[in-house]
Design a protein around this ligand. Structure first.
Ligand code: MN
Length: 414
């Protein structure tokens, strides 16, 4: 992380982990912020907004927004095995020494939102994924594990064996590793192999006391066990939409050991900010692209910032048949079922420029002819406007030009 860290903004005055750091990160949306003086936590400095924009994420993983989808697809097809190294000596500490933030007023408490959870399964091997963790006391978290995701399967299988699940939570390392951990790869595909492919060299790992391997030089490592049968309340928590997620019973994580680097930097990830949105949304974009590619000549696909990088998408296609736009709408919803609104545009429109996309809607779209409305569809649980069971109305906007019709082409200079 230290090699990648660019201190766009340095805060020298003493700042509090109670809301103040969260607010400063929110006020400096597109800048990496470094905090030199964290009130009550003299052992730590802190950094946030490491990759707050699409451009910074792409820089971290070695590509550009235009080439992102094909670049990641190639990396997945060419994984690189990580390597276990000796690693530097680590400093033993305890949970109460960590400057865990309180982000928003109605959050249930102090949350770690930037940790990757590393776990092993006898059949599937290693899994690495990001989970928010609510601090309960000096040795326990409640951990949010979304149902049917890989870690949920690992926990369920441990439960069937009658065992807790050994894990290690790492905080603060190269952002390519964080991106890989957020990415949707098949179960059994080790996310550290994707991280290595994105970094174009084997990711260096070190073995923890409990045998789990984590990125070498991670700023903080928390070792412990997920207890499948010991549940506790998790939430409310302000999620990617900036609204509060509901309270659920979730497994607890019992902490057995905490270590840091010398002079550790706590890495803070502000929920609902750009970094959170990018990590949620960007990994879904290749799925949208791939689904649309089956029905149309797709050029690019993205989830938009205004749609929380989750609920709104834009897809550009090279239109070859009149029905391509509507087929692309249906396919895009299949590619990302949480999406509520999608706009399909021609390939001359820059999908990353919201004014360009609005221009296409303004000049190429007629609702009675070009809108697709799907009522009673399963949507996202993160959308507060969705009904019972996240049932929602989806709208697709075909803002592509009709083929062979005059008057749509943009004027050019001589
Ligand atoms: Mn996985």
């Amino acid at each position: 992380m230290r090699d990648f860290l660019r201190k766009d903004v340095t805060i020298t005055k003493e700042v509090s982990t109670e809301y103040e750091i969260a607010r400063i990160l929110s006020e400096n949306k597109e800048s990496t912020v470094f905090f030199e003086n964290v009130k009550g936590y003299p052992d730590f400095t802190m950094a946030g907004n490491l990759t707050p924009t699409r451009e910074r994420v792409c820089e971290a993983i070695g590509t550009t927004p235009e080439d992102y989808i094909s670049y990641v697809a190639k990396a997945i097809d060419n994984p690189i095995e990580p390597v276990v190294v000796e690693g530097e000596a680590r400093v033993e500490t305890s949970l109460d020494k960590l400057p865990i933030l309180r982000h928003f007023e109605k959050d249930a408490g102090r949350y770690i939102s930037s940790g990757i959870v590393v776990a092993n399964d006898p059949e599937y091997g290693r899994n690495v994924s990001i989970h928010r963790m609510l601090l309960l006391d000096d040795s326990t978290f409640t951990i949010r594990i979304v149902e049917r995701r890989h870690l949920d399967h690992y926990v369920q299988r441990a439960k069937e064996r009658g065992e807790p699940l050994d894990v290690a939570v790492a905080i603060g390392f190269h952002p390519a590793v964080l991106f890989a951990s957020a990415y949707c790869v098949p179960e059994g595909y080790d996310e550290f192999k994707l991280a290595s492919a994105l970094l174009r060299k084997p990711l260096e790992l070190v073995k923890c006391g409990n045998g789990i391997e984590v990125p070498a030089n991670a700023e903080i490592v928390i070792e412990g066990q997920i207890m499948p049968d010991e549940l506790a309340s998790e939430g409310p928590f302000a999620d990617v939409t900036g609204t509060y997620d509901i309270v659920r019973k979730q497994p607890t994580l019992k902490v057995s050991r905490v270590t840091t680097r010398e002079n550790p930097i706590y890495y803070a990830l502000l929920p609902s900010a750009g970094e959170h949105r990018m990590l949620m949304g960007m990994p879904r974009e290749p799925g949208i692209y791939s689904a649309v590619s089956k029905v149309a000549n797709v050029k690019n696909a993205c989830l938009t910032d205004g749609g929380c990088s989750w609920l709104h998408g834009v897809v550009s296609i090279k239109k070859e048949n009149e029905e391509d736009g509507k087929n692309a709408i249906n396919a895009a919803f299949e590619g990302h079922p949480s999406m509520k609104h999608v706009i399909v545009v021609d390939s001359d429109v820059d999908i990353f420029d919201t004014n360009e996309v609005e221009y296409a809607v303004a000049t190429r779209f007629q609702a009675n002819r070009d809108a697709v409305i799907i009522e009673g569809a399963k949507g996202s649980s993160l959308d507060p406007s969705a009904g019972e069971g996240s049932v929602t109305t989806k709208v697709g906007i075909d803002a592509t030009k009709p083929l062979g019709k005059e008057g749509y082409d943009r004027a050019e200079f001589g």
